[in-house]
Ligand binder design. Sequence first.
Ligand code: ADP
Ligand code: ZN
Length: 808
Amino acid sequence: MIARVSLEIALRKEFDYSVPPGLTRQVDVGSRVQVPFGPRKVLGVVTAVAEESAQTKLKSIIKVIGEQTLVTPKVLKLARWIGEYYCCAPETALKSVLPEAVRKEDASWRERLFVRVLPHTGELPKLPKRQQEVWAIVEQRREILLSELVELAETTAATIRKLEDQGLVLITSEIAERDPYAKETILATEPLVVNPAQAAALGKIKAAMGGPVLQPVVPVVTPGTGESLPPAPTPGADPVPTPPAPGAPQSATTFLLHGVTGSGKTEVYLQAIAHALEQGKGAIVLVPEIALTPQTVERFKARFSSGKLQTLVAVLHSHLSAGERHDEWHKIRQGRARIVIGARSAIFAPVEPLGLIIVDEEHEHTYKQEEAPRYHARDVAVMRGQMEQAVVVLGSATPSLESYANCKKGKFTLLELPERVDDQKMPYVRVVDMRQAQRGDKGIPIFSPQLKEAITQRLERGEQTILFLNRRGYSSSLQCPKCGFVAECPNCSVSLTYHRHDQKLACHICGHTEVVPLVCPEKTCRNPEIRYAGVGTQKVEDTLGKLFPKARVRRMDADTMKRKDDYRATLGDFRAGKIDILVGTQMIAKGLHFPNVTLVGIIYADMALHQPDFRAGERTFQLLTQVAGRAGRGDVEGEVFVQAFTPFHPAIQFARRHDFVGFYEQELEFREQLKYPPFSRVALLTLKGRNEDKVKFSADHLRRELEKLLKPAAAASANVPASLFDPVGANPPGAPPPAEVDPVFRDLVIAGPAPAPLLRAENYYRYQIMLRTGAMSRLSRELAKLVQTLTFPDDVTMLVDIDPVNLG
Ligand code: ADP
Ligand code: ZN
């Protein structure tokens, strides 16, 4: 028998090995194996098995890792697609589908020694006092960890061994599973009675999943009291799989569940998962890493792991230890855990058969991996759903434009939950024109009079306030008003941010820090009055201290949240009412629910608008909507103040009116005009190196090669723009393409090379070329050829990013 193996070292090639007779039963497609490669031993995955090979003199596989094949054929197929579409080496794609703790040999099941009481008849033999004490404990516990017993009885393993010699106990080595949530006690929850909007969404999801579609539980109202009785037990809670009803096959439908925050999306997910379980299928739930809090996990465990269901829910995320990750993953592979909840890479979990994939907050950019393979977990989810005939539900309060457009095109099915479950109104949003707030030469205040007044009211009423600013630090830059000097990072093309509390200047790209100069560092200037410009969260915190000396203010950003527990502790204090005003960055924008928060202030709403990124407007709209959603989650109606210098920008105005559709319609128009996604797909090629001239030269060379390869479509867009986002250099939309163009690339736009928005980062210069096409799979294939044939100077490297979310 011959096995074809993809090695973990990057070679873009697979190699044949012979399988020694002793291993033939263990080796199969997907097995992880160790093989000789030159003088080394390397790890790889078997991608095919055959009777014979074209090669002669094959080396043998050394050993097989794990009892089961680790990469299932379905996941292998998915990895192949990732390699092709995202234009990366197949072994890189293959590597990413297994967590490191599983891939590497060193993490394994943890074996522990247990002491167990053996049945005995008749009198107990006469024991010395120490042994008697130990025996008393074991006899009562029946089974106990050896280490625990040693501690409890204040004894040694040798003493316990003596009990074993007497035939009283048995000491065995057994697998002790590490359970990251072992310490939590979770109370079981029952399915809620869904409201009509939830029922309609669920109905469609279940219909697509096939099998019997259960009627949603209708609330039973006791006459006269208006109170609902607890719902009858849902058939969904039945752990025994029901066979699918004839004539209701599962179809690989993708749904977009658009529901405002608090509209009950999670309940829809939970009941859809119950439906998958009923059919004997499993589910994968993806959430952004930051949302993977114990509370989120608990909601899923409470419904499925406790009470009568006892279905194992496995959790995969980066805060687990290698051992925990190993165990969680194998619980899934062995089919014991049927539900997986995790961050991005959980999309590769070997759940089989897979009935449902949920991607919560599908618009989140953290679903895109920023290193090779640069996959987007939401898009991989849709692809996996199609490959495995599983239903995919993408959920968000602010869906991505791409997913929304896919609904309009009929690729996805739109489901809507337009109202909050508790009938609460959306908060009232006021936009404050900060240009009016300018106070002569004193500059622009952080707080407009309106926001200041609103905070005062909240403090008087004992209600809470959240203030949001997406920049940490004190001031965004240090500037000399006399000579114009700005303190910049020596490694990156950005200015340094002033951090007042530790009196230093810091780069937010590479982490470089410097002491604050007392006079302007320019030799010819030396002006002692250097100024700070721009505002960061530290300054907001400080200013609050001056304006409201009695208020309890807390800041929440990457500088104050250094330890894992800080986040939890601060939110706990806020919930407990120990904080009046919470100031923070992005971190506080997501999914938090505090009933006593009646005011949200967004200090500079347009900060993200003026980024050189075609998604700037979309991001601002999403951020404002998410932040605004933090207000008024309790009985009192919420109020939101949006301070902006461009108050009439559509992203701000549509967010103010909670008008999702309005924003998307006008944004789609803008994207269509310039042929940006979703009207095309983008490939971003970045060349980077320490020598700017070499990088620039290589970029020009790359452009010529692209034109040759994809010619002559590109010839029409030879006009080089100043920036990639300057549409002048692009093919004017609607201009007739040259006659001999490959029809697949008729719509191709090549822009650049141009300096990256952040030209220099961590001492590397970066130049970019952006390609836009409607035929990305084809383009990826062509790019893969180019990657293999093109050569650049030694110190210049090329990165290919398909469907990038970060254009910096
Ligand atoms: P979303 O995920 O859309 O933000 P959630 O599912 O978290 O919304 O729901 C918000 C709150 O409403 C939760 O406390 C949830 O338990 C509750 N809830 C959801 N659906 C119902 C329902 N049908 N009846 C009563 N409460 C519900
Ligand atoms: Zn830097």
